[in-house]
Design a protein around this ligand. Structure first.
Ligand code: AMP
Ligand code: TRP
Length: 329
């Protein structure tokens, strides 16, 4: 494993995982895991910024870990673990808090969006500090590559800034990580509102396809997905709905949008949606079946996470200690 580039990424166990996080993140993690040294993390501490129900959080953590395995992450090839099992994450977060600036955190669009909902004054300090913990996640492993969806670009830029600032102030310590954002699938839009991102916080479940949705629910959601005016199945900026559906189709089948446009020339939305629904069902059904199977056997799941945490700590501990020493601790 010595000469392979390191990869780190994480997903929050809050709400159901959906087709957006699959295409923007999970699918690429599976594709990358062969040639890299990988750390994939259920970032449960990040989920605390929004969670108030311990029982729900506990379930979400297990469900997300099951999904990690069900999509094809392999504990032999990747270290799969929970953030809260590796206390070095919060320790490094504190060190980075002392070089991060209030101004730069105030500019994070995710914070601004989320804080806006309840008023910035009432937003938790955890929500404000969220991107620093994320930087700690990544820098703690000296990860080179961070495969994420487009919405994480700004957070990744902050991680790079903090790595550079630390190195500049205290001496070379951290690798400056690169985001890995693929073109197709990096920004899947909501089915009921193609100008908004597909997200688990959407008020209407018709907007997203959950990875654990039943086949008939998937078919129904795609049938009801909004479409644009006109009849042509072509991608263009004035056709956000069909562009999104073509993007999903392309990402799931590893084909290009122009190939699909060619195939569906002269055909109607009805036929296109029917085929797309079957493509989605075919991809997600095995994932759903495997995840449900794993959830039936939580002991196996917990053992994998425990083992992952042990392996993660072996790498994280010396890197944290080197940062502490550089700062004078
Ligand atoms: P989330 O599901 O919001 O916790 O995000 C988990 C991962 O999926 C991150 O890497 C996100 O960038 C990515 N992601 C989330 N929503 C989408 C989306 N609608 N399209 C593409 N990627 C997404
Ligand atoms: N903020 C990321 C998201 O919302 C989750 C995350 C936390 C993450 N720590 C990370 C992603 C480290 C990549 C690397 O999706």
């Amino acid at each position: 494993m010595q000469n392979k580039q390191r990869v780190f990424s994480g997903i929050q166990p809050s709400g159901t995982s959906h087709l957006g996080s699959y295409l923007g993140a999970l699918k690429n993690w599976v594709a990358i895991q062969e040639g890299h040294e990988n750390y994939f993390c259920v970032v449960d501490l990040h989920a605390l910024t929004e969670s108030r129900d311990p029982k729900v959080l506990r379930n979400n953590i297990r469900e997300l870990a099951a999904i990690f395995l069900a999509v094809g992450l392999d504990p032999e090839k990747s270290v799969i673990f929970r953030q809260s099992h590796v206390p070095e994450h919060t320790e490094l977060c504190w060190l980075l808090n002392c070089i991060a600036r209030v101004g730069e955190l105030s500019r994070m669009t995710q914070f601004k969006d989320k804080a806006q909902k309840g008023g910035a004054e009432a937003a938790s300090v955890g929500l404000f500090d969220y991107p620093v913990l994320q930087a700690a996640d990544i820098l703690l492993y000296n990860a080179h590559l961070v495969p994420v969806g487009e919405d994480q670009r700004q957070h990744l830029e902050l991680s790079r800034t903090l790595a550079r600032r630390f190195n500049h102030t205290f001496g070379e310590t951290f690798v400056v990580p690169e985001p890995l954002i693929l073109e197709t699938g990096a920004r899947v839009m909501a089915l009921d509102e193609p100008t908004a991102k597909m997200s688990k916080s959407r008020p209407t479940p018709g907007g997203y396809i959950a990875l654990l949705d039943e086949p008939d629910a998937i078919r129904r959601k795609i049938r009801r997905a909004v479409t644009d005016s006109g009849t042509d199945i072509t991608a263009s900026p004035d056709k956000p709905a069909i562009t999104n559906l073509l993007g999903i189709y392309a990402a799931l089948t590893d084909r290009t949008i122009s190939e699909l446009e060619e195939e569906y020339r002269g055909k109607g939305y009805g036929e296109f949606k029917k085929d797309l629904a079957e493509v989605v069902v075919e991809k997600l059904s095995p994932i759903r079946d495997r995840a449900l199977e794993l959830l039936d056997n939580p002991r196996e799941l917990d053992a994998i996470l425990e083992d992952g945490a042990t392996r993660a700590r072996e790498v994280a501990r010396p890197i944290l200690q080197s940062a502490q020493a550089k700062m004078g601790l």
